[in-house]
Ligand binder design. Structure first.
Ligand code: MN
Length: 260
């Protein structure tokens, strides 16, 4: 692990998120990155971009705002931030690791498809850069508590960074909403699948006109045992390897037969 620590110390780390440049979770991840490396850059969206997935801004110009030498905001999506950072701001020396988050709220199961936090990591993986997305589940109405992330994320980064790099691979890490002492372990888990789906609520505005609100509400159902959902419910931190390739291998042969 000492070699890993030394290698990380010299590694260029890009930190981004989907909650925006002013989000407390971003500051937490910045501090974690600074504890690991001497070369930390932050390029994050100027405003909140949750649930933008890999949305790319291609029909309007983008502006970059510099808050400090290594701290910049882009008025676009998390994916825009990674693209702008790698191809423009850090074009002379690319980051070797992208950390995204810490998201305010979990990114479990099918959230992964909507999440801007995970999408930033996915974009980095597409660009051939190691990438980890971090999300902290909320416990009730209180502001998101990041003490579990602060305690456990540095070691998780070191462990994932010590593995041989794998093309098109990214990692999705979720922290349960409990105290650090109550954490039961770190669970390598599959992406889960909830029974509950995204829904629509119709409400009336103060003048009596209806409007719609999209979201998903209710309890997380766990289903199978080895999922991210089950890990969080058991009080563990979930670490899920995700891949760019969404091909359903098991259907390939059947489909070829079908079209043969
Ligand atoms: Mn978010």
């Amino acid at each position: 692990m000492r070699d890993v620590e030394a290698a990380l110390r010299k590694e260029r780390i890009l930190v981004t998120n989907d909650d925006g440049i002013h989000a407390p979770g971003l500051k937490v991840l910045e501090a974690i990155a600074h504890s690991l490396s001497d070369d930390v850059w932050v390029v994050a969206p100027e405003s909140e971009q949750s649930a933008t997935s890999n949305s790319l801004t291609i029909r309007r110009p983008l502006r970059v705002r510099r808050f400090a030498e290594r701290r910049l905001a882009v008025d676009g999506t998390p994916t825009d931030c990674v693209v702008v950072a790698v191809n423009h701001i850090l074009k002379d020396r690319h980051p070797g690791l992208v950390l995204s988050g810490v998201n305010h709220g979990g990114n479990l199961a099918e959230d992964v498809g909507y999440s801007g936090t995970v999408a930033a990591a996915r974009e980095a993986a597409l660009l051939g850069i190691r990438a980890i997305a971090f999300s902290q589940l909320r416990g009730g109405e209180a502001p998101t508590d990041f003490t579990v992330a602060e305690k456990f994320a540095p070691d998780i980064v070191r462990r994932l960074y010590s593995m041989p790099p794998e093309r098109d691979l990214l990692f999705n890490v979720n922290f349960p909403p409990i105290a650090p002492e109550a954490i039961t372990g770190i669970s390598v888990a599959r992406q889960g699948r909830r029974d509950a789906m995204v829904g629509v609520i119709e409400v009336n505005d103060p003048s009596g006109r209806p409007y719609l609100w999209i979201g998903h509400w209710g309890e997380d159902t766990t289903g199978e045992e080895d999922t991210d959902l089950a890990a969080i419910q058991a009080g563990a931190i979930s670490v899920t390897p995700l891949h760019i390739d969404l091909t359903h291998e098991a259907s390939l042969a059947l489909l070829r037969e079908h079209f043969g």
